[in-house]
Design a protein around this ligand. Structure first.
Ligand code: NAP
Length: 338
């Protein structure tokens, strides 16, 4: 018989929003935490990741690659925590593990679904929740970035974009251009992250902005947003350009309503452009290689991992809404303080 030893606070989806969620769509609950069954571990979560992609599961958007959260289900997402009880010989108590059971203080997980990571690798375990691997995979495997090329990154001040721009430079790009949501963010990516230039995507017409920022055209577009910016990027791409389709912020911010999209694809044919969607989850084999390079870049001071820490599980829904509305630059994580 299972012995209940602890309780854990967790956040459930209380209602399916019609559009962007609001705070009443989330519910803070306290639930019993059983001991781990054979093959399982009990994890005390330390930090959890906020990802705009969760909005698609919260809103139940059609045609997404992950299941929608059910009403009454505890929300899940990337998290890092310490194993406090183990019923599996491969994952010992005390191990630091990366897993997908965030939005709760304690999580029961199958041992073979968690990744044991090095607790000494970074000053804070939250660094493991950064989207650096996403940016790395997008630029290397998906876009095949070559020395000297011009790279354009949308949502360039965000969690993925801020790393994509910096990594593009470290991987040999000749010119790095950012699209951001305000003049303040444009200054930030230029002054703090070393982008060559940046523009505010609210300034129209977009295609003029893209052309002015990349007068010699774009070879690689790291797309975090889709919609109208993807359309303008296609117009600005060089022959043989590659577009790494990473995210859909335009649609996520619009509460699920698609925003235009690329429209006429004739320029894609004429310029032999490759558009390739990807998920970093298909490339986890690159995590060790990326981790080694990331540690070196951080130690040299050649890469900045900007992170915002929000304290307390109860503040996660507000932080997720703030994130998608553009409040932050860099990655947002929630520190679980109990
Ligand atoms: N493929 C993968 O493996 C993978 C992995 C992780 C995340 N993702 C996806 O990648 C995207 C980026 O995620 P993230 O966590 O790095 O988000 P982020 O860029 O940190 O997102 C927040 C930012 O989105 C910006 N934004 C919202 N609507 C926008 C629009 N129409 N155009 C430009 N920017 C807009 C907001 O800033 P401003 O409006 O002020 O610019 C806000 O600061 C998301 O769609 C996410 O779901 C994909």
């Amino acid at each position: 018989m299972t012995t209940v030893t602890r309780t854990s606070r967790a956040i459930q989806l209380a209602a399916r929003p019609n559009g962007l969620p609001a705070l009443p769509d989330f519910r803070l609950i306290e639930e019993a935490v059983p001991d781990p069954a054979p093959g399982q571990v009990l994890i005390r979560n330390l930090y959890m990741s906020l990802d705009p992609g969760m909005l698609m599961q919260i809103g139940g958007y059609p045609e997404i690659p992950m299941p929608a959260f059910a009403i009454g289900e505890v929300i899940s997402g990337g998290a890092i925590g310490e194993v406090v009880a183990s019923a599996d010989q491969h994952v010992p108590e005390g191990a630091l593990v990366l897993h997908q059971h965030g939005w709760r203080e304690y999580a029961i997980a199958d041992a073979d679904s968690v990744r044991v990571v090095d607790a000494q690798a970074y000053p804070s375990p939250s660094t493991y929740l950064g989207f650096g691997l996403v940016a790395y995979v997008g630029l290397t495997v998906v876009a095949g970035l070559r020395e000297g090329e011009t790279v354009l990154v949308s949502s360039a001040a965000g969690a993925t974009g801020s790393l994509a721009g910096q990594l593009a430079r470290l991987l040999g790009a000749g010119r790095v251009v950012g699209s951001v949501g305000s003049p303040r963010k444009a200054r930030y990516v230029i002054d703090e992250l070393g982008f060559d230039t940046a523009f505010d995507y609210h300034d129209q017409p977009l295609s003029d902005q893209f052309r002015a920022a990349a007068p010699e055209g774009v070879d690689v577009y790291f797309d975090n947003v889709g919609g109208a910016q993807l359309r303008a990027a296609i117009e600005t791409m060089n022959v043989g350009g590659r577009i790494a389709l990473c995210g859909a912020l335009a649609r996520q911010r619009a509460g699920g309503t698609p925003d235009g999209g690329p429209g006429d694809l004739l320029p894609v044919i004429a310029k032999r452009i490759t558009l390739r969607g990807f998920t970093a989850l298909d490339h986890l084999d690159l995590a060790p290689e990326f981790g080694r390079r990331l540690r070196q870049w951080l130690a040299e001071g050649s890469l900045r991992h900007a992170e915002n820490v929000v304290d307390g599980l109860e503040n996660a829904p507000q932080a997720l809404l703030d994130l998608v509305r553009g409040r932050y630059t860099g990655k947002v994580v929630v520190r679980l303080t109990r």
